[in-house]
Design a protein around this ligand. Structure first.
Ligand code: AGP
Length: 364
């Protein structure tokens, strides 16, 4: 890369630290306080068209897919439209039914990922409406979609995505709020989400200020043979992304499971050399999640929790500030980026250029 490292040792560290500013940028100029919503000029979709959407299907690869999983949950929850995410790479190989009442959304940092671009082209050939949630302005996916939301994360140089993932999740919160307010979301809920969005940059700074403590935790867990990442519903995509981050940059094997699935098999892996990272939003599933921690503990597994308050069932807790629960996935991923970074540092990995990986996969 040719951008200034600004005193950081790696782009990954620089980009993690830039996230408060990056989130500020994705919000800037878009909040509409009067109507408790957001304005997204690039969507090219009027209110009537937006109300006609019966389903949302989100496509992306890797971290973009994980951000899309968060987006699907936000859209379903705030706009009450059935929504789901699927790896773009799978979607395009399975001759999917293309439905005219479905809104398709392609997600990509680079806007050049071949699998995602090919999915967009196939969808458009079949007459679908496709939006882009893209970082690089004017990239192939931005050009070949009917409109969309720019993520405005700024240039991301490290192969491992951090700030763009976070900004993409925020962009989806904006889209979900926008769709919600055109449909059934109340003014009061709109206001609640708007004020939650405004709190994000400062809360991100608060999380980043815990870096030293997180580095210590990373040193403590760096001897793991494998790591298990778990969460329920809102916590699950965060667990998926954190598991990918750790694998990419530290080469420690990691798995991500819905916490509810542990007892259906993966619990067999739990032992002291296989610690569990649990993502625990303070939602209606917190008690169930605590019961899962108990089960892990009973098998001798160490537990690191990410939560809004110290967890007594966990060996360690990274405490993140409270926001609106719908926005929890945005904040809860950030300390786990630092965990992956410091684990890789402790193991002496080539952080900005992990083996076998390229920043964007522009071939089939
Ligand atoms: C993220 O850390 C990865 N290196 C990778 O999964 C990436 O997110 C994926 O290849 C998609 O790239 P894109 O967002 O540029 O389309």
């Amino acid at each position: 890369g040719s951008y200034d490292m600004g005193g950081h040792d790696t782009y990954m560290h620089k980009e993690i630290c830039e996230q408060a500013d990056a989130v500020d940028r994705v919000l800037r100029g878009r909040i509409d306080d009067r109507f408790a919503t957001v304005r997204l000029g690039g969507l090219n979709m009027d209110a009537r068209e937006a109300r006609g959407v019966r389903r949302v299907k989100i496509l992306g690869c890797g971290s973009a897919y994980h951000a899309g999983m968060i987006g699907a949950q936000m859209i379903e929850e705030l706009a009450r439209v059935p929504a789901d995410a699927e790896p773009a790479s799978e979607f395009r190989y399975r001759n999917p039914v293309v439905d005219p009442d479905t809104l398709y959304i392609a997600v990509s940092q680079s806007g050049e990922t071949y699998d995602t671009l090919a999915a967009v082209q196939e969808l458009r050939r079949k007459g679908a409406r496709v939006l882009g949630v893209v970082n690089v302005v004017g990239s192939a996916i931005a050009r070949e979609t009917d409109g969309g939301v720019y993520v405005h994360a700024g240039p991301e140089v490290c192969v491992v995505s951090t700030k763009c993932f976070t900004n993409t999740a925020v962009a989806f919160a904006l889209l979900a709020l926008h769709l919600g307010r055109i449909r059934d979301l109340s003014v009061a809920d709109g206001r609640r989400i708007v004020s939650g969005l405004r709190k994000l940059p400062e809360q991100i700074s608060e999380i980043l200020a815990q870096e030293e403590a997180i580095a210590k935790l990373a040193a403590e867990y760096a001897d793991a043979r494998s790591m298990m990442f778990v969460g329920r519903v809102r916590g699950y995509p965060v667990a998926r992304e954190a598991s990918l981050k750790l694998k990419e940059v530290s080469y420690i094997h990691a798995e991500a499971y819905p916490a509810s699935e542990l007892k259906h098999g993966p619990l067999a892996l739990i032992e002291p050399a296989v610690p569990t990272v649990a993502v625990l939003p303070e939602d209606e599933l917190l008690e169930k999640n605590r019961a899962t921690l108990e089960e892990v503990r009973a098998r001798g597994g160490r537990i690191l929790a990410v939560a809004h308050a110290e967890q007594e069932k966990a060996d360690h807790t990274i405490v993140v500030p409270r926001n609106e629960v719908e926005l929890d996935p945005i904040l809860m991923g950030i300390p786990l980026q630092l965990l992956a970074y410091h684990t890789a540092l402790a193991l002496g990995r080539d952080i900005d250029k992990p083996r076998n990986l390229a920043k964007s996969v522009t071939v089939e």
